[in-house]
Design a protein. Structure first.
Length: 80
């Protein structure tokens, strides 16, 4: 089951799954942008894990991204 709801300037998503034993687990996430900064994914998992994916448009041709969950990645996207 997946539910999305706008909460002011952010969108909140709740994903609920049922495992083989019948118990339910939920992930709570959000997505929003402000000016040229984007939180593409911010999520809390039932096991205590967290996910964060962000990006920043430095110019029309260059976007910086940062992604983390267990490790971290820093990326540069250049379009010409």
């Amino acid at each position: 089951l997946k539910a999305k709801k706008a909460a002011g300037p952010v969108t909140v998503t709740i994903e609920t799954e049922q495992d083989k034993s019948g118990s339910l687990t939920s992930k709570v996430g959000t997505k929003f942008s402000y000016a040229k900064f984007n939180v593409d994914k911010g999520q809390f998992k039932p096991d205590g894990g967290k996910v964060l994916e962000t990006s920043l448009a430095v110019s029309p041709d260059l976007k910086l991204s940062f992604k983390t969950s267990k490790g971290a990645d820093l990326g540069f996207d250049y379009k010409k």
